[in-house]
Design a protein around this ligand. Sequence first.
Ligand SMILES: [Zn+2]
Ligand SMILES: [Zn+2]
Length: 358
Amino acid sequence: MAKRIGLALLALIGLLALVALLAQRQIGEWLFERAVNSTVGVDRSSDLPDGLHAYICGSGSPMPDADRAGPCIAVLAGERGFVFDAGSGSIRKLGRMGFPMDRLDAAFLTHLHSDHFDGLGELMLQAWMAGGRGSPLPIYGPEGTERVVAGFVEAYTIDRGFRIAHHGEAVARPGGFGGEARTIRLAGSGRRGTVVYEGDGVTIRTLPVDHAPVDRAVAYRIDYGGRSLVISGDTVRSPQLARFARGADVLFHEALNPGMVGRIGEQLAERGDADGAKIMADIPDYHTSPEDAARVARDAGVRHLVLYHLVPAPPVKLMERVFLGEATKRFDAIDIAYDGMRVSLPAGTRDIALSDQL
Ligand SMILES: [Zn+2]
Ligand SMILES: [Zn+2]
């Protein structure tokens, strides 16, 4: 009896496999249709509660990584959208996450290391074409931002002509192409920082941080609806940043594990790559260890710490413990960012909700 049932089961599995084989194309078409229906033209931000929503579009660093784009955090604050840094590959992640490009109001650069702006051309393109802009995207950043923006605008000018010729001026509005630099002057920035943007209940402040020899690096604080978040940019451990972040709900802080970077340096030296080993020896002195980022979070009294710009990025969960080291002993509400993570802070609540949007 059991043998018969076994044979019947085998025959059924074989039949199903045959049907699946013959209907591969139909199954593929059905899957495609389903994907189109559920994703194309759908505004996934429309049912978000009023408040602050941070999209991790890039949690990585200059190190090549299949899963992590270069540094990028986009923020929805009420009706307005902002992008802080635009590392390589991050803007495509942002599109995948359903960030409403038509609500993008401005971009902000933390400093002019290229891994923080090498996706800027794509951001300007998406703001123009997907966002339907009629005026260039304002791009705030430290002195030098005007040169960076001018360079990207020049590099994309040929492409601009092609897109207008192909789609027409009603779709590719000529005036909406490119970006417009808004240089931040940092002189006289107090402990609360300098207000660089205000509108619709959103206040964005900036504070100089220490990322020497990069002499113009800043952090940003975004306040809206009684909620607030802080983005460190690249910096050494900074007591000023802790004061700037006082009482914020979430601190997004860069992190580099010196022990792990040191081990990579040793290996490079052993394999004869003296230049690579020198770079690994240099970089810990202008970044913050996870332990020190935890100290900043504790000193600031923030409610949650999210580490991003991870060097080296832990590829699997088991390595996250190694990366964090003793950090959780200093501050226990720590998460390691990943591309696709969204952190939501609904206005008028104390909720901090993390979700995966990829
Ligand atoms: Zn940097
Ligand atoms: Zn960096």
